[in-house]
Design a protein around this ligand. Structure first.
Ligand code: KIV
Ligand code: NA
Length: 265
């Protein structure tokens, strides 16, 4: 009855056990995922899109993400809670990264943080790890860099494969406990997974990574559009639309509330 730790995840890799990660942003759904046995929950900066309605992750702030992290931590018992550091909160210097990560650990009660980038953020990873903060890396399609990448597109094809592998290795060397590989060819993800001793977590990276992650609203059919790499396991949008329409209809017709929903004097 304790939380999953980064040590458990390292052992899973040694044993060849795959594990799932989901994003989480609020009390009720993170509790469900915790009860379902999802071992790692990421309070993603994808909250920019799915919670706050921005059209990229660039605008979202620590003030917006820290309270979501606190809600997920309060509502879960077993999952390792990882908080995404938002754009602009860590790239400037290791010291800046430490200040940002400390907020997520102290105010959000996260047990780890994630940041985007390869060798350029290795000094940040080293600083956080030496301060006692587990760090999850993230290479390939890094949405905070959408403006330099020129859109949301597959990364690491052809010539770019070697650089991506090098970046992943550099993150491991700097002390990252795991690395997300987003939107990269499956054979490259398999190669990175083989070469790293820490777990790789794929999203749009094929079947050979040590773990998989999806944005929960995407996998549950709540998001209006999803990428090729998403599998939809439920139709929550349809279910909620029907529930709202039925409720509206019954209110208009006067059939809700019925006697069983009503207090007598
Ligand atoms: O913000 C997010 O949801 C993520 C995952 C998709 C890896 O970074
Ligand atoms: Na993210």
């Amino acid at each position: 009855n304790r939380r999953v730790t980064i040590r458990d995840l390292a052992l899973a890799k040694q044993r060849g056990e795959r594990w799932p990660m989901l994003t989480a942003y609020d009390a009720l759904t993170s509790r469900i995922f915790d009860e379902a046995g999802i071992p790692v929950l990421l309070v993603g900066d994808s909250a920019a899109n799915v919670v706050y309605g921005y059209d990229s992750t660039v605008p979202v702030t620590m003030d917006e993400l820290v309270p979501l992290t606190a809600a997920v931590s309060r509502s879960t018992r077993r999952a390792l809670v990882v908080a995404d550091l938002p754009f602009g909160s860590y790239q400037g210097s290791p010291q800046q990264a430490l200040e940002a990560a400390s907020r997520f650990m102290k105010e959000g009660n996260a047990q780890a943080v994630k940041l985007e980038g390869g060798h350029t953020v290795a000094p940040q990873v080293e600083m956080l790890v030496s301060a006692g903060i587990p760090v999850m890396g993230h290479v390939g399609l890094t949405p905070q860099s959408v403006n330099t990448l020129g859109g949301y597109r597959v990364q690491g094809r052809g010539e770019a494969a070697a650089g991506l592998l090098k970046d992943a290795k550099e993150l491991e060397r700097a002390g990252a406990f795991s690395v997300v590989l987003e939107a990269v060819p499956a054979d490259l993800a398999a190669e990175v997974t083989e070469q790293l001793s820490v777990p790789t977590i794929g999203i749009g990276a094929g079947p050979s990574t040590d773990a998989q992650v999806l944005v929960w609203q995407d996998m549950a059919g709540l998001s209006p559009r999803v990428a090729k790499f998403v599998k939809t396991y439920a139709d929550l949008a349809g279910t909620l639309r029907d529930a709202a329409a039925d409720y509206a209809d019954e209110v208009v017709r006067g059939s809700f509330p019925a006697e069983e929903h009503t207090y007598s004097s």
